[in-house]
Ligand binder design. Sequence first.
Ligand code: ASP
Ligand code: MG
Length: 411
Amino acid sequence: MSKGLIVQKYGGSSVANIERIRNVAKRISSYRRKGYDLVVVVSALGDTTDELVELAHQINPDPSPREMDMLMATGEQASSALLTMALHKLGVDAVALTGPQSGIYTDKDYTKAKIVKIIPKRIHEEIKAGNVVIVAGFQGLSPDGDIATLGRGGSDLTAVALAHALKADLCEIFTDVDGIYTADPRIVKDAKKLDVITYDEMLEMASLGSQVMQARSIEVGKKFSVPIVVRSSLNDRPGTLITEEVDGMEGAVVRGVSLDKSEAKVTIVGVPDRPGIAARIFKEISNSGISVDVIVQNVSSEGKTDISFTVAKVDLKEAIKILEAVVREIKAEKIVADEDICRVSIVGVGMRNHPGVAATMFDVLAKNKINIEMISTSEISISCIIREKDGKKAVNALHSAFGLGKKTKTK
Ligand code: ASP
Ligand code: MG
């Protein structure tokens, strides 16, 4: 009798070389000995996907998305086959399947396809036959019968979606860190690993720059209440459980501080202050698929105002190109782009009921002589756009002001 079904996912760093692949195989084998059924999703070895993307762009700077997926999907096919061979060597029955063979169906949005359904018939058959099923992550079958990938980091999505489709008891995400921390341990020496975190907090952290898991995969986990554990493939520590809200979870109001350097600030100077102008500007940008974040409009003087907002640095060039035309049309003065900014954010579901948190955050930044250029809030986070050079200092100051370090007990 099976003790239950676990879906595991091993990231690129966990299968970066032969020794690590062997270690993963050993871990899988030990779960088998304990009596679990296993479906294991793997990413491509190490930096394979980056290398494939680089190769493609050297051949053609504007490669077709369909062929990009043909190319990128090979990385996961290789790792799934190799891991399966390592299991065979240990005497563990296992079979490697591609995304399409696993019954993962997607839409046609190549390079960032969405999963539309999973029909895990083959997976069930293989489990029944006594195999550990090793699934190539990050891919599925498009309506045209072609291979499609799920966006960068998409193996997390494969794992969480499969865990839901298979009604697995647990989804374990193995990576090269011990779990989710109160802040990036490379920036904050005193950062502490959290035992539990809610889906919402994790989502804020993921989209705010602490990218341990792909944000879309956490959305799916939340939607279907998939219990997820993030843990290291390099040791046996228990990791961080991502779950629904639990009463009095670890007490603290603020659970984490994150730093995101991926955005740039754009200011349109001297915008005529009349109805319809802001709509015009943001419509043009969103039509081109660029998402805009923190938006600030200054008080107007003499019928003119400045509008600032942030976009991803990778979208900056494109955004400016679009805005130049709009600026001429609406007779604004000019566009100023600023890449030397960062976003520092505090996150925690406990903030919902604690009105004083924002004031404390601003106070901490002020005491550290850090100027706040823009502010944005959600129900469970507050973000400030500040100078990039102040980022590290801000994260450390906030981390200690909210008592998040190892030295402070958070119950
Ligand atoms: N190999 C893919 C990537 O690097 C998918 C993944 O690792 O999750 O984005
Ligand atoms: Mg990843």
